[in-house]
Design a protein around this ligand. Structure first.
Ligand SMILES: C[S@@+](CC[C@H](N)C(=O)[O-])C[C@H]1O[C@@H](n2cnc3c(N)ncnc32)[C@H](O)[C@@H]1O
Length: 420
Protein backbone atom coordinates (compact mmCIF):
# COMPACT_ATOMS: atom_id res chain seq x y z
CA UNK A 1 0.00 0.00 0.00
CA UNK A 2 1.08 3.57 -0.43
CA UNK A 3 -0.11 6.69 1.31
CA UNK A 4 0.78 9.63 3.51
CA UNK A 5 1.99 8.87 7.01
CA UNK A 6 2.68 11.12 9.98
CA UNK A 7 5.86 9.98 11.76
CA UNK A 8 5.33 9.64 15.50
CA UNK A 9 8.63 8.33 16.76
CA UNK A 10 12.21 7.34 15.92
CA UNK A 11 13.36 3.76 16.50
CA UNK A 12 16.70 2.86 18.13
CA UNK A 13 18.19 2.16 14.67
CA UNK A 14 17.07 5.52 13.31
CA UNK A 15 13.95 4.52 11.35
CA UNK A 16 10.95 6.84 11.57
CA UNK A 17 7.92 5.05 13.06
CA UNK A 18 4.29 5.58 12.10
CA UNK A 19 1.99 3.86 14.61
CA UNK A 20 -0.82 2.36 12.50
CA UNK A 21 -3.78 0.12 13.43
CA UNK A 22 -1.85 -2.79 11.94
CA UNK A 23 1.23 -2.11 14.02
CA UNK A 24 4.30 0.12 13.63
CA UNK A 25 5.46 1.03 10.13
CA UNK A 26 9.21 1.65 9.93
CA UNK A 27 10.24 4.26 7.36
CA UNK A 28 13.94 4.82 6.73
CA UNK A 29 15.12 8.47 6.70
CA UNK A 30 11.84 9.79 8.15
CA UNK A 31 11.77 11.94 11.31
CA UNK A 32 9.14 12.49 14.01
CA UNK A 33 6.92 15.37 12.87
CA UNK A 34 7.41 14.58 9.16
CA UNK A 35 4.45 13.68 7.00
CA UNK A 36 5.82 11.45 4.28
CA UNK A 37 4.49 9.65 1.25
CA UNK A 38 5.69 6.05 1.41
CA UNK A 39 5.22 2.68 -0.26
CA UNK A 40 4.65 0.11 2.51
CA UNK A 41 5.29 -3.64 2.35
CA UNK A 42 5.46 -6.45 4.84
CA UNK A 43 9.10 -7.47 5.19
CA UNK A 44 10.78 -10.41 6.88
CA UNK A 45 9.17 -11.41 10.18
CA UNK A 46 5.95 -9.62 9.16
CA UNK A 47 7.42 -6.17 9.95
CA UNK A 48 5.83 -3.31 8.01
CA UNK A 49 8.47 -1.27 6.18
CA UNK A 50 7.89 1.84 4.14
CA UNK A 51 10.03 3.26 1.36
CA UNK A 52 10.07 7.03 1.58
CA UNK A 53 8.85 8.48 -1.73
CA UNK A 54 8.36 12.13 -0.81
CA UNK A 55 8.41 14.44 2.19
CA UNK A 56 4.95 15.99 2.14
CA UNK A 57 5.50 18.23 5.20
CA UNK A 58 8.89 18.34 6.92
CA UNK A 59 9.49 17.87 10.64
CA UNK A 60 10.67 21.02 12.48
CA UNK A 61 13.80 18.98 13.36
CA UNK A 62 14.70 18.26 9.71
CA UNK A 63 17.93 19.83 8.35
CA UNK A 64 19.86 19.26 5.10
CA UNK A 65 22.31 16.37 5.56
CA UNK A 66 25.88 17.72 5.43
CA UNK A 67 27.36 14.73 3.55
CA UNK A 68 26.90 14.54 -0.24
CA UNK A 69 26.67 10.71 -0.01
CA UNK A 70 24.01 10.59 2.71
CA UNK A 71 21.17 9.52 0.39
CA UNK A 72 23.02 6.52 -1.05
CA UNK A 73 25.54 5.53 1.63
CA UNK A 74 24.62 2.97 4.27
CA UNK A 75 27.10 4.43 6.78
CA UNK A 76 25.36 7.24 8.68
CA UNK A 77 21.84 7.00 10.09
CA UNK A 78 20.88 10.44 11.30
CA UNK A 79 22.43 13.44 9.52
CA UNK A 80 19.03 14.87 8.60
CA UNK A 81 18.06 15.99 12.14
CA UNK A 82 19.19 19.07 14.05
CA UNK A 83 21.86 18.68 16.74
CA UNK A 84 19.51 19.04 19.71
CA UNK A 85 17.14 16.39 18.35
CA UNK A 86 20.04 14.03 17.50
CA UNK A 87 21.51 14.32 21.01
CA UNK A 88 18.19 13.81 22.71
CA UNK A 89 17.53 10.72 20.55
CA UNK A 90 20.92 9.19 21.48
CA UNK A 91 20.68 9.73 25.20
CA UNK A 92 16.95 8.91 25.13
CA UNK A 93 17.60 5.49 23.64
CA UNK A 94 20.12 4.69 26.39
CA UNK A 95 17.59 5.77 29.04
CA UNK A 96 14.86 3.67 27.37
CA UNK A 97 17.08 0.56 27.14
CA UNK A 98 17.90 0.83 30.86
CA UNK A 99 14.31 1.51 31.86
CA UNK A 100 13.17 -1.58 29.93
CA UNK A 101 15.40 -3.72 32.15
CA UNK A 102 14.25 -1.83 35.26
CA UNK A 103 17.63 -0.19 35.70
CA UNK A 104 17.82 3.42 36.90
CA UNK A 105 21.13 5.02 37.91
CA UNK A 106 21.30 7.26 40.97
CA UNK A 107 22.94 9.91 38.77
CA UNK A 108 23.19 10.62 35.05
CA UNK A 109 26.52 12.32 34.32
CA UNK A 110 26.57 14.99 31.59
CA UNK A 111 26.85 13.17 28.24
CA UNK A 112 29.89 13.75 25.99
CA UNK A 113 29.38 14.25 22.24
CA UNK A 114 32.60 14.03 20.28
CA UNK A 115 33.13 15.76 16.95
CA UNK A 116 32.85 14.12 13.54
CA UNK A 117 35.93 13.78 11.30
CA UNK A 118 37.84 11.88 14.00
CA UNK A 119 37.17 8.18 13.23
CA UNK A 120 40.55 6.45 13.03
CA UNK A 121 39.31 2.95 12.05
CA UNK A 122 37.40 2.69 8.79
CA UNK A 123 36.50 -0.35 6.69
CA UNK A 124 35.86 0.30 3.01
CA UNK A 125 34.35 -2.25 0.64
CA UNK A 126 36.37 -2.76 -2.57
CA UNK A 127 34.98 -4.20 -5.78
CA UNK A 128 37.10 -4.75 -8.87
CA UNK A 129 35.51 -4.47 -12.26
CA UNK A 130 38.05 -4.68 -15.10
CA UNK A 131 40.86 -2.29 -14.20
CA UNK A 132 38.68 -0.10 -12.00
CA UNK A 133 38.22 -0.56 -8.28
CA UNK A 134 35.12 0.87 -6.65
CA UNK A 135 36.08 1.73 -3.10
CA UNK A 136 33.45 2.89 -0.68
CA UNK A 137 30.64 1.66 1.53
CA UNK A 138 27.63 -0.53 0.88
CA UNK A 139 24.58 1.27 -0.44
CA UNK A 140 21.81 1.53 2.10
CA UNK A 141 20.13 -1.84 2.65
CA UNK A 142 22.10 -3.55 -0.18
CA UNK A 143 25.38 -5.36 -0.76
CA UNK A 144 26.25 -3.10 -3.67
CA UNK A 145 29.44 -1.09 -3.21
CA UNK A 146 29.06 2.63 -3.82
CA UNK A 147 32.08 4.87 -4.45
CA UNK A 148 32.66 7.19 -1.47
CA UNK A 149 35.09 10.07 -1.93
CA UNK A 150 33.96 12.11 1.08
CA UNK A 151 33.25 10.74 4.51
CA UNK A 152 32.64 13.33 7.19
CA UNK A 153 33.03 10.92 10.11
CA UNK A 154 36.48 9.61 9.11
CA UNK A 155 39.77 11.40 9.85
CA UNK A 156 40.79 13.49 6.82
CA UNK A 157 44.12 11.57 6.72
CA UNK A 158 42.19 8.31 6.18
CA UNK A 159 40.11 9.80 3.37
CA UNK A 160 43.22 11.20 1.66
CA UNK A 161 44.68 7.72 1.78
CA UNK A 162 41.44 6.14 0.52
CA UNK A 163 41.36 8.53 -2.40
CA UNK A 164 44.74 7.18 -3.62
CA UNK A 165 44.20 3.53 -2.65
CA UNK A 166 41.91 2.21 -5.44
CA UNK A 167 44.43 1.88 -8.33
CA UNK A 168 47.06 0.48 -5.93
CA UNK A 169 44.65 -2.22 -4.74
CA UNK A 170 43.71 -3.26 -8.30
CA UNK A 171 46.67 -5.64 -8.87
CA UNK A 172 45.92 -7.54 -5.64
CA UNK A 173 42.17 -8.06 -6.03
CA UNK A 174 40.15 -10.68 -7.91
CA UNK A 175 37.72 -9.40 -10.57
CA UNK A 176 34.06 -9.55 -9.61
CA UNK A 177 34.80 -10.27 -5.91
CA UNK A 178 34.15 -7.88 -3.02
CA UNK A 179 36.89 -7.51 -0.44
CA UNK A 180 37.28 -5.24 2.60
CA UNK A 181 40.05 -2.67 2.97
CA UNK A 182 40.40 -1.62 6.61
CA UNK A 183 42.46 1.49 7.32
CA UNK A 184 43.57 2.33 10.85
CA UNK A 185 45.62 5.37 11.81
CA UNK A 186 47.77 5.34 14.92
CA UNK A 187 49.41 8.72 15.56
CA UNK A 188 50.84 9.75 12.20
CA UNK A 189 51.08 6.18 10.82
CA UNK A 190 48.51 4.06 9.01
CA UNK A 191 48.00 0.37 8.35
CA UNK A 192 45.84 -1.40 5.76
CA UNK A 193 44.28 -4.82 6.33
CA UNK A 194 42.60 -6.55 3.37
CA UNK A 195 39.96 -9.21 4.00
CA UNK A 196 38.87 -11.52 1.16
CA UNK A 197 40.28 -13.40 -1.81
CA UNK A 198 43.41 -11.87 -3.36
CA UNK A 199 45.98 -12.94 -5.97
CA UNK A 200 45.32 -15.56 -8.63
CA UNK A 201 44.25 -18.33 -6.26
CA UNK A 202 42.70 -16.29 -3.48
CA UNK A 203 45.83 -16.19 -1.29
CA UNK A 204 49.01 -14.07 -1.37
CA UNK A 205 51.33 -14.81 -4.33
CA UNK A 206 54.36 -13.01 -5.77
CA UNK A 207 52.17 -10.44 -7.56
CA UNK A 208 50.37 -9.70 -4.30
CA UNK A 209 53.62 -9.17 -2.35
CA UNK A 210 54.93 -6.86 -5.08
CA UNK A 211 51.68 -4.86 -5.18
CA UNK A 212 51.60 -4.64 -1.37
CA UNK A 213 55.18 -3.31 -1.33
CA UNK A 214 54.32 -0.76 -4.03
CA UNK A 215 51.21 0.30 -2.09
CA UNK A 216 53.11 0.65 1.20
CA UNK A 217 55.87 2.66 -0.48
CA UNK A 218 53.53 4.98 -2.43
CA UNK A 219 51.17 5.68 0.49
CA UNK A 220 53.88 5.60 3.20
CA UNK A 221 52.00 2.85 5.06
CA UNK A 222 53.50 1.30 8.17
CA UNK A 223 52.03 -2.15 7.45
CA UNK A 224 49.91 -4.12 4.97
CA UNK A 225 48.19 -7.33 6.14
CA UNK A 226 45.68 -9.80 4.76
CA UNK A 227 43.21 -12.42 5.94
CA UNK A 228 40.94 -14.69 3.89
CA UNK A 229 37.84 -14.38 6.07
CA UNK A 230 36.70 -12.20 8.93
CA UNK A 231 37.38 -14.86 11.53
CA UNK A 232 40.98 -15.46 10.39
CA UNK A 233 44.06 -13.96 12.04
CA UNK A 234 45.58 -11.35 9.72
CA UNK A 235 48.89 -12.29 8.09
CA UNK A 236 51.44 -9.48 7.72
CA UNK A 237 52.40 -9.06 4.05
CA UNK A 238 54.80 -6.24 4.74
CA UNK A 239 55.80 -4.21 7.80
CA UNK A 240 57.80 -1.03 7.33
CA UNK A 241 57.49 0.25 10.91
CA UNK A 242 55.75 -1.03 14.06
CA UNK A 243 52.57 0.77 15.12
CA UNK A 244 52.77 1.80 18.77
CA UNK A 245 49.87 2.95 20.92
CA UNK A 246 50.52 4.76 24.21
CA UNK A 247 48.16 3.75 27.02
CA UNK A 248 49.26 5.60 30.16
CA UNK A 249 52.85 4.46 30.85
CA UNK A 250 52.54 1.51 28.40
CA UNK A 251 53.81 1.60 24.83
CA UNK A 252 52.09 -1.27 23.03
CA UNK A 253 53.22 -2.51 19.59
CA UNK A 254 49.81 -3.22 18.05
CA UNK A 255 49.15 -6.43 16.13
CA UNK A 256 47.41 -6.01 12.73
CA UNK A 257 43.76 -4.99 13.09
CA UNK A 258 44.22 -4.51 16.85
CA UNK A 259 41.15 -3.15 18.61
CA UNK A 260 41.43 0.55 19.40
CA UNK A 261 38.58 2.79 20.47
CA UNK A 262 37.21 4.25 17.19
CA UNK A 263 38.41 7.78 17.94
CA UNK A 264 41.33 9.12 19.99
CA UNK A 265 39.03 11.69 21.64
CA UNK A 266 36.55 8.93 22.51
CA UNK A 267 39.37 6.94 24.08
CA UNK A 268 40.35 9.98 26.19
CA UNK A 269 36.74 10.54 27.29
CA UNK A 270 36.24 6.87 28.21
CA UNK A 271 39.57 6.65 30.04
CA UNK A 272 38.88 9.78 32.04
CA UNK A 273 35.34 8.59 32.98
CA UNK A 274 36.76 5.20 34.06
CA UNK A 275 39.57 6.78 36.09
CA UNK A 276 37.12 9.17 37.78
CA UNK A 277 35.12 6.16 38.95
CA UNK A 278 38.11 4.18 40.30
CA UNK A 279 39.75 4.50 43.73
CA UNK A 280 43.00 6.50 43.87
CA UNK A 281 45.00 3.36 44.61
CA UNK A 282 44.56 -0.37 44.93
CA UNK A 283 44.80 -3.67 43.11
CA UNK A 284 42.75 -3.80 39.94
CA UNK A 285 41.61 -6.12 37.21
CA UNK A 286 40.72 -5.08 33.66
CA UNK A 287 38.38 -7.64 32.05
CA UNK A 288 38.13 -7.67 28.22
CA UNK A 289 41.27 -5.56 28.28
CA UNK A 290 42.15 -5.57 24.55
CA UNK A 291 45.64 -4.13 24.15
CA UNK A 292 45.43 -2.13 27.38
CA UNK A 293 43.38 1.04 26.74
CA UNK A 294 42.36 1.06 30.43
CA UNK A 295 45.05 -1.22 31.95
CA UNK A 296 47.76 1.31 31.00
CA UNK A 297 46.26 4.35 32.79
CA UNK A 298 45.17 2.10 35.72
CA UNK A 299 48.82 1.16 36.30
CA UNK A 300 49.34 4.70 37.62
CA UNK A 301 47.06 3.76 40.55
CA UNK A 302 48.35 0.26 41.35
CA UNK A 303 48.89 -3.28 40.08
CA UNK A 304 46.63 -4.52 37.26
CA UNK A 305 45.69 -8.03 36.13
CA UNK A 306 44.38 -7.87 32.54
CA UNK A 307 42.21 -10.64 31.05
CA UNK A 308 41.43 -10.81 27.34
CA UNK A 309 40.29 -13.44 24.83
CA UNK A 310 42.43 -12.45 21.81
CA UNK A 311 45.82 -14.16 21.88
CA UNK A 312 47.47 -11.44 19.78
CA UNK A 313 46.26 -8.64 22.11
CA UNK A 314 47.54 -10.49 25.20
CA UNK A 315 50.88 -11.05 23.42
CA UNK A 316 51.16 -7.33 22.64
CA UNK A 317 50.31 -6.38 26.23
CA UNK A 318 52.74 -8.95 27.54
CA UNK A 319 55.63 -7.48 25.55
CA UNK A 320 54.83 -3.93 26.64
CA UNK A 321 54.16 -4.65 30.27
CA UNK A 322 55.91 -3.74 33.43
CA UNK A 323 56.05 -7.25 34.98
CA UNK A 324 55.99 -5.93 38.56
CA UNK A 325 52.63 -4.28 38.16
CA UNK A 326 50.87 -5.75 35.12
CA UNK A 327 49.95 -9.36 34.42
CA UNK A 328 48.17 -10.15 31.15
CA UNK A 329 46.32 -13.43 30.69
CA UNK A 330 44.43 -14.97 27.82
CA UNK A 331 41.04 -16.21 28.99
CA UNK A 332 37.63 -16.70 27.39
CA UNK A 333 35.45 -14.75 29.80
CA UNK A 334 32.20 -16.02 28.23
CA UNK A 335 33.08 -19.65 28.87
CA UNK A 336 35.32 -19.24 31.86
CA UNK A 337 34.41 -16.05 33.68
CA UNK A 338 36.45 -15.08 36.75
CA UNK A 339 34.73 -16.56 39.81
CA UNK A 340 33.95 -14.68 43.07
CA UNK A 341 37.01 -16.11 44.89
CA UNK A 342 39.24 -14.81 42.06
CA UNK A 343 37.41 -11.47 41.86
CA UNK A 344 37.51 -10.81 45.61
CA UNK A 345 41.31 -10.23 45.41
CA UNK A 346 40.73 -6.82 43.82
CA UNK A 347 39.78 -3.39 45.13
CA UNK A 348 38.07 -2.46 41.87
CA UNK A 349 37.19 -4.09 38.55
CA UNK A 350 36.81 -2.59 35.08
CA UNK A 351 34.95 -4.59 32.43
CA UNK A 352 34.48 -3.59 28.79
CA UNK A 353 32.90 -6.50 26.90
CA UNK A 354 32.00 -6.67 23.18
CA UNK A 355 28.45 -5.89 22.00
CA UNK A 356 27.14 -9.22 23.31
CA UNK A 357 27.86 -7.99 26.85
CA UNK A 358 29.22 -10.11 29.70
CA UNK A 359 26.27 -12.10 31.03
CA UNK A 360 28.21 -15.00 32.57
CA UNK A 361 30.88 -12.69 33.98
CA UNK A 362 28.16 -10.41 35.40
CA UNK A 363 26.59 -13.37 37.25
CA UNK A 364 29.94 -14.03 38.96
CA UNK A 365 30.50 -10.31 39.62
CA UNK A 366 27.06 -10.13 41.22
CA UNK A 367 28.19 -12.71 43.78
CA UNK A 368 31.51 -11.06 44.65
CA UNK A 369 32.37 -8.56 47.38
CA UNK A 370 34.52 -6.10 45.42
CA UNK A 371 33.51 -2.57 46.52
CA UNK A 372 33.73 -0.91 43.09
CA UNK A 373 32.90 -2.04 39.54
CA UNK A 374 33.21 0.11 36.43
CA UNK A 375 31.47 -1.01 33.24
CA UNK A 376 32.21 0.29 29.75
CA UNK A 377 29.67 -0.72 27.15
CA UNK A 378 28.94 -0.18 23.46
CA UNK A 379 25.49 -1.77 23.72
CA UNK A 380 22.92 -0.27 26.13
CA UNK A 381 20.64 -3.34 25.83
CA UNK A 382 23.22 -5.92 26.93
CA UNK A 383 24.59 -3.47 29.48
CA UNK A 384 21.11 -3.09 31.01
CA UNK A 385 20.72 -6.88 31.23
CA UNK A 386 24.13 -7.22 32.96
CA UNK A 387 23.51 -4.21 35.23
CA UNK A 388 20.23 -5.78 36.39
CA UNK A 389 22.16 -8.92 37.40
CA UNK A 390 24.65 -6.83 39.39
CA UNK A 391 21.87 -4.85 41.10
CA UNK A 392 20.01 -8.05 41.99
CA UNK A 393 23.28 -9.17 43.60
CA UNK A 394 23.30 -6.07 45.81
CA UNK A 395 25.27 -3.48 43.78
CA UNK A 396 24.02 0.10 43.48
CA UNK A 397 24.25 1.73 40.07
CA UNK A 398 25.75 5.05 41.13
CA UNK A 399 26.20 6.76 37.79
CA UNK A 400 25.99 6.41 34.02
CA UNK A 401 27.75 8.63 31.50
CA UNK A 402 26.82 8.47 27.80
CA UNK A 403 29.73 8.99 25.42
CA UNK A 404 28.99 9.42 21.72
CA UNK A 405 32.02 8.80 19.54
CA UNK A 406 29.93 7.24 16.73
CA UNK A 407 28.56 10.53 15.42
CA UNK A 408 25.44 10.23 13.20
CA UNK A 409 25.11 6.47 13.72
CA UNK A 410 22.82 4.62 16.13
CA UNK A 411 25.82 3.31 18.09
CA UNK A 412 26.64 4.80 21.47
CA UNK A 413 28.85 4.02 24.47
CA UNK A 414 28.53 4.46 28.20
CA UNK A 415 30.58 4.23 31.37
CA UNK A 416 28.81 3.08 34.54
CA UNK A 417 30.00 2.98 38.16
CA UNK A 418 28.64 0.42 40.63
CA UNK A 419 29.27 0.36 44.39
CA UNK A 420 28.46 -2.00 47.24
C1 LIG B 1 34.97 -3.47 23.28
S1 LIG B 1 36.51 -4.27 23.19
C2 LIG B 1 37.36 -3.48 24.49
C3 LIG B 1 38.85 -3.62 24.51
C4 LIG B 1 39.58 -2.67 25.44
N1 LIG B 1 38.96 -2.57 26.75
C5 LIG B 1 39.73 -1.31 24.83
O1 LIG B 1 38.99 -0.38 25.20
O2 LIG B 1 40.58 -1.14 23.94
C6 LIG B 1 36.10 -5.85 23.80
C7 LIG B 1 37.25 -6.79 23.97
O3 LIG B 1 36.73 -8.05 24.43
C8 LIG B 1 37.48 -9.09 23.84
N2 LIG B 1 36.64 -10.30 23.88
C9 LIG B 1 35.61 -10.63 23.08
N3 LIG B 1 35.06 -11.80 23.45
C10 LIG B 1 35.77 -12.21 24.54
C11 LIG B 1 35.70 -13.35 25.38
N4 LIG B 1 34.76 -14.29 25.18
N5 LIG B 1 36.57 -13.47 26.40
C12 LIG B 1 37.51 -12.50 26.61
N6 LIG B 1 37.64 -11.41 25.84
C13 LIG B 1 36.78 -11.27 24.81
C14 LIG B 1 37.77 -8.58 22.44
O4 LIG B 1 38.87 -9.26 21.88
C15 LIG B 1 38.04 -7.10 22.71
O5 LIG B 1 39.40 -6.89 22.96
Amino acid sequence: MSGNFLIHDLGPKGDGIHRSDQGPIYIDRALPGDTVKAQVQRGSGGVLRGELLEIVAPSPHRVPAPCPHFETCGGCTLQHADVAFYREWKTGWVRAALRKANVEPERWEAPAFLPEGTRRRVTFAAYQNGKTVTLGYFRRRTHQVTEITTCLVAEPMIMELRNRLGPLLAPLLQPGKTTDAFIQSVGSLCEVVITGPIGEKGTPDLRVFEAAAHMAHTLKLARVSWRGRERDEPEVLLEVAPLYAAFGPLNVALPPLAFLQPTALGEQALVSAVMDALPKQGKFTDLFSGCGTFSGPMLRRGAVDAFEGEVSAVGALDKAKDPQKLKAQQRDLFRKPLQPDELNRYDAIVFDPPRAGAEEQAKALAACKVPRLVAVSCNPTTFARDARLLMDGGYRLESVKVIDQFTWSHHVELVAAFGR
